[in-house]
Design a protein around this ligand. Structure first.
Ligand SMILES: [Zn+2]
Length: 91
């Protein structure tokens, strides 16, 4: 297992990342969106439960974009497909 030993030695030599470095890299990879870029939806899930979800405003539908599913907070069904939705007007 010479290769495994070598990998272990290389890993041991590498300096550990600080929390700051880690956060910097995370920001570069996935910059956090400001709150005003989000909107809230009331959705009906496949299991029949209603819940509220948050999506980026640039997606026109809560079931478009990243995902068309949610974990149901009521019954725990995961994933539960969004079958209907309406925008929640915040205020
Ligand atoms: Zn449910």
């Amino acid at each position: 297992m010479a290769i495994a030993d070598w990998v272990q030695r290389q890993l041991a030599k590498a300096p550990p990342w600080s929390d700051e470095q880690f956060e910097e890299v995370q920001k570069l990879l996935c910059p956090p969106a400001p709150p005003e870029e989000f909107m809230h939806w009331r959705v009906r899930l496949y299991c029949g439960h209603i819940c509220e979800v948050t999506r980026l405003r640039r997606h026109e539908r809560p079931d478009g974009g990243v995902t068309d599913k949610e974990r149901c907070a009521e019954c725990g069904l995961n994933p539960s497909v969004i079958v209907a939705f309406e925008p929640l007007v915040s205020g």
